[in-house]
Design a protein around this ligand. Structure first.
Ligand code: HAM
Length: 444
């Protein structure tokens, strides 16, 4: 049997009404803040990520799915969306639009990491970018929106927001040399990875999780003491705005992030509930990156949320997405009468299921239950003779007769009732179905 590749999973068509409703709320959060959806391709030229994310990062060094296509071009499955969105921003001339240009995108990302709970090789992000504005109020607004997203999912109380400033590209070397000077005498006490990082990417040492490195990291100089006056003022202003909005956060001077493009504000949302995969979302400012990708000198800030991790936190039971009604014809003649009604209901967006008239009523009623149908519509020869169908509420067993001529309208009415009670949320949109699939998948 051929199985899925390790670290990737199928998104199965089982739904979860509660999550879909929450997912809808989250989309409303993004759109209330003025974000518009952009969809970017799943693969790009390798060079985009090498230049965008940084040659020395784990992602570019070890984790990319890179291949040569038949034309000899080196392509890479996107390990993140920021570089792709910026490529599109530059290519389509978004810079002429009123700033900030606010874009969001959702979909799968690919990283060759060691798979474990909450860490996959194909995973999904909801990714947001606000481009063309340096004002610190925008940093605070982006963070506020992220926390509103978690608020809409009912998760805010279970998460911790950490913020930091890693300074400007111009002044950071001052800190890096202080850090290297401090680490030098401790080199032999550090783990092998960190010893290599001293020469390659010393900032990342602050992020090391190896227990042996912790006592050394704890005494390392704080990056906040090395910020330029401008970077300090920017960070203070971000904090004042967060305070003004009543957003709880902890300042974490060791929060450096795993991608090289960040400057000034960085932030992460952490949980203690998912073991070592504790980051549910992360982001920051990346002024200079657009120019580095041959675009205009526009600044930017954004974040990405790991959707599988969100779904693991929600931890809700998956429920099968049932139809509003199962139409049960008893025989061929009844099938021909019910088929047009089923079609009208479906054209009206009401999901119904139609049996084929070949099985006995008790078996079909059992099937209606298993499908999770709210109603069964039954028509046999007797009903046809009277020009009626029987509409049975599955939960109570209560039955009533409905004229066949108005059956389609009746189904549309039942569908509308279901919708107002939320039972049709799950049919709302393809993108909702996608996240529900993620929900189901992550619980397996
Ligand atoms: P990131 O921190 O690499 O940032 O990823 C963001 C989130 O994606 C993580 O916090 C985590 O929840 C999730 N994630 C990352 N790797 C995996 C994995 N292997 N399996 C499951 N979930 C994962 C970025 O990607 C930046 N592009 C964010 C950003 C946007 N910065 C500015 N704009």
């Amino acid at each position: 049997m051929i199985k899925a590749v390790r670290g990737v999973r199928d998104i199965l068509p089982v739904g979860d009404t509660a999550l879909a409703a929450r997912r809808g709320a989250a989309r409303r959060v993004f759109e209330a803040y003025g974000y518009r959806e952009i969809r970017v391709p799943l693969f790009e030229r390798t060079e985009l990520f090498a230049r965008g994310i940084g040659d020395e990062t784990d992602i570019v060094k070890k984790e990319m799915y890179t291949f040569e296509d038949r034309g000899g071009d080196s392509l890479t499955l996107r390990p993140e969306a920021t570089a792709c969105v910026l490529r599109a921003y530059i290519e389509h001339g978004f810079q002429v639009e009123p700033k900030p240009v606010r874009l969001y995108t959702m979909g799968p990302m690919f990283r060759y990491e060691r798979p474990q709970a909450g860490r996959y090789r194909q995973f999904h992000q909801a990714n947001v970018e606000a481009l063309g504005e340096t004002h610190p109020a925008l940093d605070a607004e982006v963070i506020a929106m992220l926390m509103d997203f978690f608020g809409a999912l009912g998760l805010a109380d279970r998460l911790e927001l950490r913020v930091n400033s890693i300074g400007d590209a111009g002044t950071r070397p001052v800190y890096v040399s202080r850090l290297v000077e401090y680490l030098g005498p401790h080199r032999s006490e550090l783990c092998g990875e960190c010893q290599a990082r001293i020469d390659r990417n010393p900032l990342r040492i602050l992020d090391c999780k190896t227990p042996g490195c912790q006592p050394i990291i704890e005494k390392a100089p704080s990056i906040l003491d090395s910020l330029s006056p401008e970077a300090t003022e920017h960070f203070d202003s971000v904090r004042r705005s967060l305070d003004a909005m009543g957003i709880d956060y902890a300042v974490d001077p060791r929060l450096v992030r795993g991608l090289d493009y960040y400057v000034r504000t960085t932030f992460e949302v952490l949980t203690t509930e998912l073991g070592s995969q504790n980051a549910v979302a992360g982001g920051g400012r990346y002024d200079g990156l657009i120019a580095q990708l041959d675009g205009p000198a526009d600044p930017g800030i954004g974040f990405a949320i790991g959707l599988e991790r969100v779904v693991l936190l929600l931890g809700e039971e998956a429920r099968a997405a049932g139809p509003v009604a199962l139409l049960i014809p008893l025989g061929e003649a009844a099938l021909q009468r019910l088929m047009p009604a089923a079609r009208r209901a479906r054209q009206g967006g009401v999901p119904v299921e139609l049996a084929y008239g070949i099985r006995k009523l008790p078996r079909e009623l059992e099937r209606a239950n298993r499908l999770g149908a709210a109603w069964a519509v039954i028509a046999g020869d007797n009903e046809l003779a009277r020009g009626e169908a029987v509409v049975r509420e599955m939960s109570s067993g209560a039955q009533r007769h409905v004229p066949l001529e108005t059956l389609a309208e009746e189904l549309l009415r039942l569908g509308a009732r279901g919708r107002s009670r939320g039972t049709l949320e799950r049919h709302a949109s393809v993108s909702d179905a996608y996240l529900r699939g993620v929900a189901t998948e992550s619980r397996r």
